[in-house]
Design a protein around this ligand. Structure first.
Ligand code: FAD
Length: 401
């Protein structure tokens, strides 16, 4: 018996996407996906959701084009390499991977990316008691404080947590390399519409509107940005959900130092402050002597920092961290900041309630427009959420007539 190229691609694609997926909303069974004709699909956004969908749909033999507003892939997976010295880097978005995020780990493995522990096991972390008194303890005290404050999703044994060696952006870059001829960067989408025959997407290319026609559209644009896109034909209820999407503020400040002087004092550079701000030493596993200390502020603190001018963000963080790690001002060399509410193509870090609110619209809208992204998943605020929602959409699109 001969096997067609398309059927072969579908089968091999499933080997990647489908093996050992336990969640019911994911591709779990080859028999459910070997359906439907080859389609032209426009994917909007080259973040984790758009990239994995582009990759798997291509494996299945569909004709894919990905429109991305930025000049890089990855969206909220973004590793800062500038303005740091000596090849040091620190993540602006996703960094931590827990051991139960099977999809994230699956694609890390697919591209042979090396993992390493997220946290150092040596030296002490700083935490603060309810009365504000300072404590030095093992890194377990840091993850305990995180779990206690933000929920067990962030807690547990430090050994459960890993990161991609070299920066998290290696993962979207690996996808993008496979899809190089299918991604159009610098192409912000301004209008999406569909009728019984086709879907159309209007996007800007060097400021001029261009239109493409497709059998199906997969929209992974965060709702915080999608509210500025024209969506004729979408129901009032869904438009209202998109309009109300309330993305969370996150602010990070990175301070580069000429050496890692805190280590000589027995400190790892990790802390959980009185204001519930995480402090990381993201360069602890990178070659020295220089280092970076990073603050990771959420709810309340993040908005306060976002409202400051850049120089004030840096000077106030420098002053505060010098209190925890005395000697910082003397060893400070330079800084960077990232406030996600300011990011033109994200307008926030993530959104927690979208999945339930958007309801049936995670299914096909107007017959031809599908939606995916962390905001439409059971794992909002995680790469795993972006991946799982996209695989659900891949299945919908592949099975459609
Ligand atoms: C500060 C922070 C920390 C995080 N920490 C972790 C972590 O430790 N571990 C983890 O697993 N996850 C983490 N996450 C979450 C993870 O990064 C996201 O859930 C995931 O990357 C979202 O992927 P996405 O494809 O849904 O959205 P996005 O990454 O936002 O992708 C959407 C894409 O659409 C593009 N776009 C926007 N508007 C348009 C337009 N009009 N036209 C065309 N393209 C457009 C954007 O540029 C972007 O590339 C973190 C996120 C942030 C912000």
């Amino acid at each position: 018996m001969t096997i067609s190229r398309r059927k072969f691609l579908r089968t091999s694609g499933l080997a990647l996407a489908g093996s050992s997926l336990a969640r019911p909303n994911l591709i779990s069974n080859a028999a459910t996906i070997l359906r439907g004709p080859s389609k032209k699909i426009a994917i909007l956004g080259a973040g984790m959701a758009g990239l994995v969908a582009g990759y798997e749909l291509t494996q299945l033999g569909h004709d894919v084009i990905i429109l991305e507003a930025r000049m890089r892939p990855g969206g909220r997976v973004h590793t800062l390499r500038e303005p740091f010295s000596d090849g040091l880097h620190a993540d602006a978005g996703a960094a931590r991977i827990p051991d139960n995020h099977d999809l994230t780990l699956k694609y890390v493995k697919l591209f042979n990316l090396p993992l390493e522990p997220m946290y150092p096991s040596r030296l002490s972390a700083l935490t603060f008691d309810r009365d504000g008194s300072r404590r030095e303890g093992s890194i377990d005290s840091f993850t305990e404080a995180l779990g206690g404050h933000f929920g067990q999703d962030l807690g547990g044994s430090p050994s459960l947590w890993q990161k991609i060696k070299g920066g998290t952006d290696l993962l979207p870059r690996a996808f993008a390399q496979k899809l190089a001829d299918k991604i159009r960067y610098g192409s912000p989408v301004v209008r999406i519409e569909s009728d019984a025959k086709a879907a159309r997407v209007v996007f800007l290319q060097r400021g001029s509107p261009q239109t493409i026609t497709a059998d199906r559209v997969l929209c992974t644009i965060p709702f915080s940005v999608l509210r500025n896109v024209e969506l004729p034909g979408l129901s009032e209820g869904k438009l209202e959900v998109i309009k109300r999407a309330d993305y969370v503020a996150v602010a990070r400040v990175y301070l580069q130092t000429r050496n890692r002087y805190w280590e000589a004092k027995g400190l790892s550079g990790f802390a959980f402050t009185r204001n519930a701000v995480e402090v990381w030493h993201p360069t602890w596993s990178q070659n020295g002597p220089r280092g970076i200390l990073m603050t990771y502020a959420r709810f309340g603190e993040a908005e306060r920092i976002t409202n400051l001018k850049d120089a004030e963000r840096i000077s106030s963080t420098l002053q505060e961290l010098d209190g925890y790690f005395p000697g910082l001002q003397a060893n400070y060399e330079g800084a960077a900041t990232k406030c996600w509410l300011e990011d033109e193509w994200a307008r926030g870090a993530w959104w927690f309630v979208g999945f339930r609110d958007f309801g049936r619209s995670i299914e096909v809208e107007g017959g031809r427009i599908h939606f995916a992204g962390e905001h439409l998943s059971a794992w909002p605020s995680w790469m795993q959420g972006a991946l799982s929602s996209a695989l659900r959409a891949v299945k919908e699109i592949d099975e459609a007539a």
